[in-house]
Design a protein around this ligand. Sequence first.
Ligand SMILES: Cc1ncc(COP(=O)(O)O)c(C=O)c1O
Length: 375
Amino acid sequence: MKPLSSQAVQEDPAALIRDQVVPHVRAVSPYVPGDQPSGGGWVKLNTNELPYPCSPRVGPAIAAEVVRLPKYPDPASRPLRAAIARHHAVGADQVIVGNGSDDILNLLVRVFSPEGHGTWMTFPGYSLYPTLVAIRGSRIHQVPFAEDMRLPIEALVSADPALLFLTTPNAPTGVGFPNEEIRALLEGTRGIVVADEAYADFANENAIALLAECPRLVITRTFSKSFGLAGLRVGYALAHPEVIGYLDRVRDSYNVNRLSQAGALVALEDTAYYADVVARVKSTRDRFAHSLRERGWFTYPSATNFVFTRPATPAGAMGAGVARSLFEHLRNDRILVRYFPSHPFTEAFLRISIGTDEDMAVVENSIQKWIPPAE
Ligand SMILES: Cc1ncc(COP(=O)(O)O)c(C=O)c1O
C-alpha cells in the first residue's frame, strides 16, 4: 500500500479513513435512537421506558456486587439464565442473556442472516433490524402491514424468509398478534422466526407456549421496558437448545457485566412489585388511549406501554403537517414523544410512551393548548 504523505493526511483525514472502511459499512445508515435529553424538566415519553423506579431490591444487589468488580463476571450469566428459565417454565438450556435485547438481535443476525437475500421483517417494526443486517453486508426485505395491522401471513409465507423479524406486540403501532396467527405463520414458513417480544409484559398474550411446538421460533425479551432497567442493558432470548448453542458460539465471552447480572436477577424475583407497576401502566394507557379516541383521533389498540395516535384538527384534517405541528408544540412544552416522518404509514402519527397519570395529564393539558395548523 502506498504510504500517504503527511501533507495528504493533513488535507483530508476523513477521506483517508473512508478509503480504508469496508464498502458495505460505508453504506450503513446508523440506527437513530430517541433523544435522551441531558437537562431536567422534560416529560420524557419518547423511548418507551418505565415511568416508575425499578424494584427496590436492585440497588442493594448491585451495591453488594461492587466488591467483586475486580473479577470477571460469569461468562454465561448462568444464575440469571436459570432464573429466567424458572420464570418462564422452560429449560435453562433454552435461554441466552445479552447486553440488552439489541445484543441478542445482533447475535441472531450473525448466526441466521444469510448473505444477500433472505432476511425479512414486517413493516413497520423495530428499525434496528435493517441496520444490523446492513452491518453484515446484506439488505433486509420488508413485508408491509396494511392499515388494519393484521399479520400478512400469505405474503410472509410466499416470501419464505430464512430469517424473519416480527415485532410482537408491534412497534410503533402497539398492536398485538394472536398466537393462532403466529402459529399459522410458523406452519407456512421454513426459516427462523424471531418474535421480538420487548413489550409482551404489557400484552394479554405471548408466544412462549409456541416454543414447544416449533424449534424455529426464537423469542426475544428485555429488562428495559417492564422491569424499568433500560440503563442496565439486559435482554434475553428463549429458543430451542440448538438455537441457543449457536448464539452462544458467536457472542462476546463476557457479554453481560457483573452489575447487570446481579440487578436483573433480583428484579426478576420481585414479581409482586412488577405486577403492580405493569398494571398501573396498563390502566393509564387504556385511560389515555380512550381520551385520544374521544377527541376523534384514530389510535391503534395498544398491547404495549405506548400508543400510536393520529392527531387531527377540530375540522378533521390529518396528515404529516398536523402530526409534526403537534410534535413541535409538545416539544416546546418540554414533552418528548416520537415522530417517524420518513414513511407514509407513520408520518401522520405520533408514538407516545405511557408515563404516570400525572405525566399524561401534562400531555393532555398541553394538547388542549395546541393551535393546529390552518387548513
Ligand atoms: C421492539 C424492540 N425490540 C428491542 C428493543 C431493544 O431493547 P433493549 O433495550 O433490550 O436493547 C426495543 C427498544 O426500544 C424495541 O422497541
